[in-house]
Design a protein around this ligand. Structure first.
Ligand code: ZN
Length: 368
């Protein structure tokens, strides 16, 4: 296995501590194991049932908090029947645990003792938990305005919290400076090992639907790691001859911070940085998605679309979902808020999956 730059195609060894290419491009993991149905560990009800398909060499001593294998629950919202994938039931309350679990196990194999990360909350909490579990020291750079519940969660796990004033991007700059001083940058959006963990959501959906792919996957998108991870998983299933096609990918953004939506509308292949405004969907408030080109290509290749919703629609969708017993943070609700717009694009007999990405208990009760 190697890390390959998506821009200039240069390769780096698997154990490099570089977090991106010299040219500034992002890495992809090359030579990762594909999908093999007969290698599923059917007695393991976590994502480690797919351990043979993950880039972790040593099976013994895997660090796990029981992540993955989240329930699929049917409901109807705005007249559309959907299957909700309850990712908010993950050990730290968000889908990020899939990527972090695999990343941290790779880092243990590489002998990494100290990591830095920037996050608006969920990825930081996830890394803090898995770092605690594995004895790795973690330092998390967060925007000072992030949800206090999330910041509290990070510190209780024992990670060092560095609050950075200003927009989300300032935390990213600060962490890159720390990485330049020698810390391993365990970025949930730059690091390709997180996508390997996230691909397991596709495998699970396929198993839970009775060994078939859904027609549509609707999800909130900021850096788009869950979308790209899921796409990777479905492509592996396709390559194994187990599905006919990947689901159509519908990427939903918050209107006040929608660089991918802007690019999609203009028919562009890459997102350009935008001036963003505040949104209740803090988890996807990303002005410059570093894998924008990949996301737009995946959406177009599957016949999906990028849509945007406003905060009022998002909060209403959060409430609609809660009236059905499912309590999510506003970021997760953007996917539900887009269902009325999607009605014309999806058939009534189609299977539509909406991953519910983050727990409502993480959000602030006031002001969201
Ligand atoms: Zn490069």
């Amino acid at each position: 296995m190697n890390l390959r730059c998506l821009s200039c195609k240069r390769t780096y060894p698997y154990d490099t501590h570089r977090w991106r290419c010299e040219c500034g491009g992002v890495f992809e993991l090359e030579g990762a194991p594909g999908f093999a149905q007969d290698e599923i560990e059917t007695g393991d009800f976590s994502l480690w049932r797919y351990r043979a398909m993950l880039p972790v060499e040593h099976e013994k001593g895997i660090i796990s908090l029981g992540e993955g294998f989240t329930p699929l629950v049917e409901t109807q919202v705005y007249g559309t029947r959907i299957h909700c994938k309850l990712e908010f039931l993950a050990p730290t309350g968000s889908f990020k645990d899939r990527g972090t679990a695999v990343l941290v196990n790779v880092l243990r194999e590489l002998g990494v003792k100290r990591v830095v990360e920037d996050s608006s909350g969920n990825a930081g909490a996830s890394l803090a938990a898995y770092a605690a579990r594995s004895g790795i020291e973690a330092e998390i750079y967060v925007p000072a305005h992030a949800s206090p519940n999330k910041l509290h969660q990070i510190t209780v796990y024992g990670a060092r919290l560095v609050k950075v004033e200003g927009p989300r991007e300032r935390a990213a700059q600060a962490v890159q400076e720390a990485a330049a001083q020698g810390a391993y940058y365990a970025s949930h959006y730059y690091n390709p090992f997180t996508l390997e963990g996230l691909k397991t959501i596709a495998y699970e959906i396929w198993e839970q639907l009775g060994w078939r792919a859904p027609d549509n996957l609707v999800l909130p998108v900021g850096h788009g790691t869950l979308l790209l991870g899921a796409y990777r998983g479905f492509k592996h299933l396709l390559a194994a001859g187990l599905i006919e096609r990947p689901p159509r990918l519908f990427a939903i953004q918050a209107e006040t911070c929608a660089p991918l939506y802007e690019a999609y509308q203009r028919g562009l292949g890459e997102a350009f940085p935008i001036e963003k405004n505040e949104t209740v969907a803090e988890g996807i408030s990303i002005a410059r998605p570093v894998r924008g080109r990949q996301i737009l290509a995946a959406v177009r290749a599957t016949g999906g679309a990028v849509l945007a919703v406003d905060d009022e629609e998002t909060l209403r969708a959060r409430d609609e979902l809660a009236r059905r017993g499912l309590y999510v943070e506003p970021t997760s609700a953007v996917a539900i808020a887009a269902l009325p717009q999607l009605r014309g694009l999806m058939g009534t007999d189609e299977t539509t999956i909406v991953p519910l990405t983050g727990n409502g208990l993480k959000s602030q009760a006031k002001g969201d």
